[in-house]
Design a protein around this ligand. Structure first.
Ligand SMILES: [Zn+2]
Length: 177
């Protein structure tokens, strides 16, 4: 599990001993490479986007994509590391998050996402992620949603939402076994 500080640091775990199950300090992304032991990649969220990365159908890790981390370049950095490892057929899956119709932001945030505006002062984080992915040479179609409808954390009571005043967080996770 990552500490999640809304930055762009990514921890690279290479040995089975690195899979301690403890909190990895100071990072918002984790890449597990070359470890054959089973593991779960966990992202705590309540409106931000939990993103899970796969290569050739194998889970490689996850990152926490709030607007701060996306603006800080976590997406490009993450994919560059995967490419450095020679990962092929990279696919990203996004879990429940706040939708573009609900994510109203101030001008200082809107200005960071000129190509992901969702009308008025709203930002579509999935669109923002798609553009970042294309910047490092992948098609935005490589980013998929687990579910298309009833997905917004603000609109759907099944999910915790920071924006709607929930203090609790959800744990989104994927398991490689
Ligand atoms: Zn919504």
């Amino acid at each position: 599990m990552m500490q999640q500080v809304h930055g762009a640091e990514i921890a690279e775990l290479k040995r089975t001993g690195d899979l301690s199950g403890g909190v990895i300090p100071g990072c918002d992304g984790v890449i597990i490479n070359g470890i054959s032991a089973p593991f779960a990649a966990v992202v705590k969220v309540a409106d931000c986007v939990p993103v899970f990365a796969f290569s050739s159908g194998k889970l490689l890790g996850a990152f926490h994509a709030g607007w701060r981390s996306i603006a800080a370049g976590i997406t490009e950095k993450y994919i560059k590391i995967l490419k450095k490892y020679g990962c092929r057929d990279i696919e990203l899956f996004a879990g429940p998050h706040i939708c573009g119709s609900c994510f109203e932001v101030g001008p200082e945030v809107l200005n960071k996402f000129p190509d992901a505006a969702a009308g008025g002062s709203r930002v579509d984080l999935i669109k923002a992620l798609g553009h970042k992915i294309e910047k490092v040479g992948l098609s935005s179609s490589r980013l998929k949603l687990f579910k298309e409808k009833g997905f917004c954390t603000l609109e759907n009571d099944c999910y915790f939402s920071y924006r709607s005043g929930d203090e609790k967080r959800m744990a989104a996770f994927a398991i490689q076994h």
